[in-house]
Design a protein around this ligand. Sequence first.
Ligand code: NI
Length: 167
Amino acid sequence: MAILHILHYPDERLRRKAVPVTSFGPPLQRLISDMLETMYDAPGVGLAAPQVDVDQRLLVIDISEDRSRPLCLINPEILECSDSEQMEEGCLSVPGVYEKVERAAWVRVRAQDRDGTSFELEADGLLAVCIQHEIDHLEGKLFVDYLSSLKRKRLDKRLDKMRRHNM
Ligand code: NI
């Protein structure tokens, strides 16, 4: 297994639309294991393939306290959603930034597991938020896109300063 490099906003590669996974062989199994290891190492509760520069429709999530319940969604689709709530979100591709985002409070999702078997999942709370956040990554969308333009401008300035500081 290996820790993969996570792309950071505003890297344009995070904006690509990912393509469906069609092959469930050893390379995909290795990628899933590496993505889980990368997510646990970061640490984070979710990671989508585009964040590690792989433009495939695949994401991993683990919201359990003891990091023992990995969830892998391949080619996920939101079938139904309802209500909305605001929750503070962060993203491994936008380190150090936490902002409130409004999303559906409940979702029903269809996806394939790592063997290619189709399944459905209902989620609310943090898991629902996490699933929507990670599916956005597959569309080239980031949580900062939901912020008001004023907040976004402030954020870009702050990140710019951080980058110059680190150079
Ligand atoms: Ni993210």
